[in-house]
Write a protein that binds this ligand. Structure first.
Ligand code: ATR
Length: 287
């Protein structure tokens, strides 16, 4: 039985073991998926230990998911990286190859795109999208959002320079995809009422701060997605509803990024929508 796990710090509340156990059950894949609390500064050692332990028990480690704060360590550890991981400068999925090398991918962005398009039923082609935040979470999803065929994408951040840097790093793929990509400061955007989709990739709610988006930037009926779920997303979802938008938490993105990792490891696509519906019965932040 191949072994997988999620590595992070903290990691005890991660839903990934539950999600992957359901995927394995529903697709009949023989795999085991656990969780590992990794000490800060000890990522490479933790990966090596995971692989050695699996081998010592006569099994094989197939890969792992990587969460905060180790996505940059995972990118450095990988021998090869996907194009989207290079662009994000972060890796959330490692696959241990038969020759002993490590492949790194980032499935966060495609997870978000798939959730918006498949689960929320909103095609991104031709849309005007506002991405708020320019930290690790925003960087992880920008490349795949550009690939989804949006017409225009604005990155807005409290610290404008970080948005500018992120936009500059993505200038070539934006040009290749024909997307108008620009950086703007968060203040000074109000009243534009032009965005079809808003993605909140800031950590404002974790700091207990208000939603960092000016009122009136969304078209009536726009989709407003928070990358967070559970209590951390509640304030944003209430704000979105008050704006006349359709609120959406990050639970769908979580399941879809997991589905992409699972497919990368096992070569089989799991029924993500079904597992998302099950997970919603356990964690519901929409109300
Ligand atoms: P993560 O990995 O979660 O993205 P990060 O890299 O520290 O964490 O980035 C946090 C993001 O949330 C940044 O875009 C940050 O804005 P700044 O670049 O200006 O710091 C944003 N953020 C955090 N608290 C915020 C707040 N109260 N209002 C607006 N933006 C906030």
């Amino acid at each position: 039985m191949d072994r997988y796990c999620v590595m992070g710090n903290p990691v005890e509340h991660s839903r990934s073991p539950w999600i992957h156990a359901r995927f394995a059950e529903l697709t009949g894949q023989p795999m085991d998926y656990g969780r590992r609390l990794v000490p800060l500064g000890g990522f490479a050692e933790a990966v090596a230990a995971f692989r050695e332990e699996a081998a010592a028990q006569g099994g094989r480690a197939g890969g792992c998911n990587v969460t905060v704060p180790f996505k940059f360590d995972a990118a450095a550890l990988a021998d090869r990286r996907s194009e989207r991981a290079e662009l994000a400068q972060a890796v959330n999925t490692l696959r241990f190859e038969a020759d002993g090398s490590v492949y790194g991918d980032n499935t966060d962005g495609v997870g978000l795109v798939n959730d918006i398009e498949r689960n929320a039923g909103r095609p991104l082609a031709g849309a005007e999208l506002l991405l708020v935040g320019a930290g690790g979470a925003a960087a992880g999803v920008l490349g795949p959002l550009l690939h989804a065929g949006v017409r225009r994408l604005v990155v807005a951040n409290r610290t404008r320079d970080k948005a500018v840097a992120l936009v500059q790093r993505h200038a070539a793929p934006a040009r290749a995809q024909g997307v108008v990509l620009e950086a703007q400061p968060l203040d000074g955007m109000s009243g534009l009422a032009r965005f079809d989709v808003l993605v909140n990739g800031t950590a404002a709610s974790l700091a207990g701060d208000a939603v960092p988006v000016p009122a009136g930037v969304l078209r009536e009926g726009a989709l407003a997605v928070d990358m967070m779920y559970g209590p951390a997303a509640a304030g944003f979802l209430a704000w979105a509803r008050a704006q006349g938008a359709e609120p959406r938490d990050g639970l769908g993105m979580l399941v879809e990024q997991a589905a992409e990792s699972f497919t990368l490891w096992r070569g089989v696509a799991p029924p993500a929508a079904e597992v998302l519906a099950e997970l919603r019965r356990i964690v519901d932040t929409r109300a």
